[in-house]
Design a protein around this ligand. Structure first.
Ligand SMILES: C[S@@+](CC[C@H](N)C(=O)[O-])C[C@H]1O[C@@H](n2cnc3c(N)ncnc32)[C@H](O)[C@@H]1O
Ligand code: SF4
Length: 460
């Protein structure tokens, strides 16, 4: 009996999934947020803020935790709201929080990037948005070429908001699409026809927002590879500059509303891998550059250029070409990164509101980075971004002992035998076959993998 190529590939994937397809963090940071503790509090954060270098630009993240409705798959920190005043009050508090941080900073720092995430930043009114940017521009010197990005729910996008956002300097819009098939949309409580996405894209481009990213997902309930491919055919007509293709992270123990999803309708690991690889083939065939774990960009996009130049970075928002070493987070649940370590605000919105209204920073937890953390973080970030790392170079730069990597090196031999990585002296390079298992490769260098007791999502 002869096997067809497709069958042989499927069998190979199945055997790889059994060995390497477990659970691992998405490594938007190292150590991951699961390892943050209350040892980092508002007082320590204030000290860290005051010690920031005066001449280095920072990036800013603002979390808007509101949505028009809750999509059942959602893993973000968000809730449905129906009263505009709830959002406006929140934005007013964010401006106060910006003032609280500003009072502790050593100078009026330059900002190289602003990212509005959520939730749904376009749940703000145009006036809320202008209030927010006025506060940010008062507190920081927003650099002329700064990237200003917002995550946008196309179903809630109005012309007035787009005008206000363009006036505030929006340079990149990221539209949530997921999957356009009606049966998949019904299975996740998110009805969003293609025409709605196309209208949002046109509004943003007509207003001068230069760069468009679309978020898609695979592994959703009832979703099959043909749904995803049909979705791609339609969204490619919009000529997005970037696409993100996230594997659905089903973590109902962390996001209880995901229990509304019918688990029997979820694809297994082999089908998930087939979906993501089918999409990768279609997107690379359309000329997009595959970036890291889950992104695609046109070759002239800044993300693809950063990859080519070895400047691609990974942060809490995913992949970025922003080089700032400091990220200041504002809003409930927002995470920041400072040279000294990570900080996270209270995720509970009420607690966050009370703290800010009382004139206090709302830091709930975080992590002070050790030298070993920085060493491991660099290896993991290089792997997540470039898919390759010179272990010896990183080890020497950080003055670490070779014995610290002995366990990971031994484990890599198995990955190499299966064709997932290529080892060339001290250099580890993840192969295309190994790309879907990138998180598992990174986990080899994670000193605390599994230590938090929280189960992360599936790697594929
Ligand atoms: C904050 S949301 C996007 C903005 C906007 N609220 C929307 O939904 O259109 C960011 C993206 O995260 C992705 N996402 C949300 N929940 C996820 C999950 N459980 N697993 C993987 N990706 C997820 C979706 O692609 C979503 O568009
Ligand atoms: S996917 Fe977007 S709109 Fe849906 S609940 Fe999550 S943040 Fe809100």
């Amino acid at each position: 009996m002869t096997l067809t190529c497709a069958t042989a590939r499927r069998l190979r994937h199945l055997s790889l999934l059994q060995r390497y397809g477990g659970r691992a963090p998405r490594y938007t940071s190292y150590p991951t947020a699961a390892q943050f503790t209350p040892a980092v509090d508002a007082d320590l954060y204030a000290t860290w803020l005051s010690a920031l270098p005066v001449r280095k630009p920072v990036s800013v993240y603002v979390h808007i935790p509101f949505c028009a409705r809750l999509c059942w798959y959602c893993g973000c920190s968000a809730r449905a709201v129906h009263r505009p005043a709830t959002v406006s009050d929140y934005v007013r508090l964010v401006t106060q929080e910006v003032g609280l941080a500003e009072a502790r900073l050593p100078a009026r720092l330059a900002v190289s990037a602003i990212h509005l995430g959520g939730g749904t930043p376009n749940m703000t009114s145009p006036e809320d948005l202008e209030t927010l940017f006025a506060a940010l521009r008062r507190a920081f010197a927003v650099a002329p070429g700064a990237e200003i990005a917002a995550e946008i729910d196309p179903t809630q996008l109005g012309e007035a908001w787009v005008r206000a956002a363009a006036g505030c300097g929006l340079t990149r819009a990221s539209l949530g699409v997921q999957d356009l098939s009606p049966e998949v949309q019904a299975a996740v409580n998110r009805i969003e026809p293609f025409e709605t996405v196309a209208r949002a894209a046109a509004l943003l481009r007509d207003a001068g927002v230069a760069s468009l990213n679309l978020d898609l997902m695979y592994g959703l309930p009832k979703q099959r590879a043909h749904h995803l491919l049909a979705t791609l055919e339609r969204v490619l007509t919009l000529e997005p500059d970037r696409l993100a293709l996230f594997g659905y992270a089903h973590v109902p123990w962390m996001r209880p509303h995901q229990k509304l999803i019918d688990e029997a309708a979820l694809a297994g690991p082999a089908e998930r891998l087939e979906q993501s690889e089918a999409a990768a083939e279609r997107l690379t065939g359309a000329g997009y550059v595959r970036i890291g774990l889950d992104h695609y960009a046109r070759p002239d996009d800044s993300l693809a250029r950063a990859l080519a130049a070895g400047r691609l970075r990974r942060n809490f928002q995913g992949y970025t070409d922003d080089q700032a070493q400091t990220l200041l987070g504002f809003g409930a649940s927002a995470i920041g990164r400072l040279p000294q370590g990570y900080v996270q605000n209270f995720a509970d919105e009420l607690t966050w509101r009370k703290r800010i209204a009382a004139g206090e920073l709302a830091t709930a937890r975080g992590l002070a980075l050790t030298d070993e953390d920085r060493f491991r973080a660099e290896i993991i970030e290089r792997l997540m971004c470039a898919l390759s790392v010179d272990l010896e170079g990183v080890r020497r730069r950080h003055g670490r002992d070779a014995s610290e990597l002995a366990g990971a090196r031994a484990a890599l031999a198995g990955f190499e035998a299966d064709g997932l990585v290529a080892l060339d002296g001290p250099t580890v390079a993840v192969t295309e076959l190994g790309r879907p298992f990138l998180r598992s490769v990174c986990a080899l260098f994670d000193a605390g993998a599994g230590a938090s007791g929280l189960r992360p999502s599936q790697v594929v």
